[in-house]
Design a protein around this ligand. Structure first.
Ligand code: MLT
Length: 304
């Protein structure tokens, strides 16, 4: 019998891939052979020595001490691409929200008080503050052309946007998937200098920490929008606040709760919802459960 510990709610569709006759699966279990985790931070956890595999039901593995685990011979699996469509849809939604000032306008509308006549009057006076702009002809810059970045780039083309992408390590597969009219830039600077929207789809590491900083923000066209649906540290929050206050940026849409940013009128923060669709949760859970099972039973390593 293999024992599998779940550290977060892992979709039942994934857990069904571990047959009951062979697997005991629980959130609290002694001597687990494997751990399935979504977003729980494992760096400070005591990871039992019986663990042979960890499956991360998502793309990023920065909540797992991968190097320490590798030294211990523990295989770490993730689910690249399994939630890419969900992230893409949220990025597109965020771009539209920003272009039409929808969050700010909604906030305005729900604070209106008085009778209908008074509300109509306040609406007439207030709506001029929420005049937006349209997407066709605007340029989207995509930093990181992996599974998510390519989907976002191609979808933006279908919305009539120009798209410029950058990825120093784009794979042949992704290059084939990318719409042929997406222009490939040579540097991040080239992307930010030419984009009305910049969206980030890179992991957080020593090369990407603070990638969008004051200097790069200063290269952006006036009234640009930055979208960060990847990891918080990739954008320098202080620099973004300065760029928003100075009028350089129209908005900052990010998928992380942030005390510093949450009350800024030009910022929309979300509670890391990019991968939070039923479909993505199922896809991720199935992908990692299959990999962990194949490893425990056959010693096969796919995508670790
Ligand atoms: C990811 O890395 O794919 C996301 O962080 C997934 C999630 O929200 O769990």
């Amino acid at each position: 019998m293999y024992k599998v510990q779940t550290l977060n709610n892992i979709s039942v569709k994934g857990l069904e891939r571990l047959p009951r006759e062979q697997y005991e699966v629980a959130s609290e279990i002694g001597h687990p052979d494997a751990i399935l985790v979504r977003s729980a931070k494992m760096h400070d956890m005591e990871i039992p020595t019986t663990v042979k595999a960890i499956g991360r039901a998502g793309a990023g593995v920065n909540n797992i001490p991968v190097e320490v685990m590798s030294r211990r011979g523990v295989a770490v699996f993730n689910a690249p691409g399994a939630n890419a469509n969900a992230v893409k849809e949220l990025v597109l939604a965020a771009m539209l929200l920003a272009a039409r000032n929808i969050c700010q306008a909604w906030d305005f509308a729900r604070r209106l008080e008085g009778d209908d006549a008074s509300i109509n009057q306040q609406t007439e006076a207030g709506k001029k503050n929420f005049v937006g702009f349209e997407l066709p002809g605007r340029t989207l810059g995509v930093v990181g052309l992996g599974a998510i970045g390519v989907k976002v780039a191609n979808a933006a083309r279908l919305l009539g946007m120009e798209v410029i992408g950058f990825d120093p390590q784009i794979t042949v597969r992704r290059a084939w998937q990318l719409a042929s009219d997406v222009r490939q830039a040579h540097t991040v600077d080239e992307v930010v200098a030419n984009s009305d929207f910049v969206t980030l789809h890179v992991p957080l590491n020593e090369h990407t920490k603070g990638l969008i900083n004051a200097e790069r923000l200063s290269l952006m066209p006036e009234q640009a929008v930055v979208l960060n649906f990847s990891r918080a540290g990739i954008v320098d929050d202080e620099a973004v606040i300065a760029a928003l206050d100075g009028g350089r940026l129209h908005g900052y849409m990010c998928d992380f709760p942030s005390n510093r940013l949450k009350d800024h009128p030009k910022v929309v923060t979300l509670p890391h919802l990019g991968a939070s669709t039923r479909e993505a949760e199922e896809n991720c859970a199935i992908m990692v459960a299959d990999q962990v099972r194949d490893y425990l039973e056959n010693g096969n390593v796919r995508n670790s």
